[in-house]
Design a protein around this ligand. Structure first.
Ligand SMILES: [Zn+2]
Length: 194
């Protein structure tokens, strides 16, 4: 862990996901990823994988912490990011449950390319190895939930100059990011590796 590692910190500003945030498309994508085993739980019960989208009002809606193991999510399992500070690894959210600690990586990617509307973080050993071998990976070795991993993802997307892509988080074993302009492109990018 690097010296500048700061533990993820979040503050709830409302215990409800505001009604203007529609989640059906995001939930559908998440159900597909769960059914394929890209989001789920390890044998010890630790959940992995999360999804987010930019909502119509420009805010980011993300699945909540500790929801990886749950088959069907409902509104209470999503949070809206109301404000954030990447350097402090801090987010403010509206929702019943805390935003995923990997929300910061999602936010960094939206910040790197304004055309990105959907981000999925999945886990898969085989695809992660393929992406690493192909050089589609972040520079660095930061682990999940750190400021560094968010910055590595930011730099990758910025340098790619693309609004659709898939890459491995080099320091987060089996961790993969898919970012795109819409839900269909996320599935299409993933299907190239299935
Ligand atoms: Zn992960």
């Amino acid at each position: 862990m690097g010296e500048s590692y700061i533990k993820f910190d979040c503050k709830q500003v409302s215990d409800n996901l505001p009604a203007e945030h529609e989640i059906s498309g995001l939930n559908k994508l998440r159900q597909y990823l769960y059914a394929m085993g890209f989001i789920g739980a390890l044998p010890d019960g630790d959940g992995f994988g999360n999804v987010s989208k930019k909502s119509s009002v420009g805010k980011v809606v993300v699945s909540c912490s500790k929801t990886g193991s749950i088959r069907d999510l409902s509104r209470e399992h999503f949070a809206c990011i109301e404000g954030y500070d990447i350097s402090k690894n801090f987010v403010k959210y509206s929702g019943k449950l805390p935003a995923s600690s990997e929300a910061m990586t999602h936010l960094a990617i939206y910040g790197a390319n304004e055309k990105v509307n959907v981000v999925a973080h999945i886990h898969n050993e085989r695809i992660w190895n393929l992406l690493i071998s192909a050089g589609l990976k972040t520079n660095g070795n930061a682990d999940y939930g750190t400021v560094e991993i968010a910055m590595e993802a930011y730099n990758y997307v910025l340098e790619s100059k693309l609004s659709n892509g898939i890459f491995a988080l080099a320091g987060h074993k089996d961790g993969i990011i898919i970012y795109a302009e819409n839900f269909d492109k996320i599935i299409k990018l993933l299907n190239e590796y299935i």
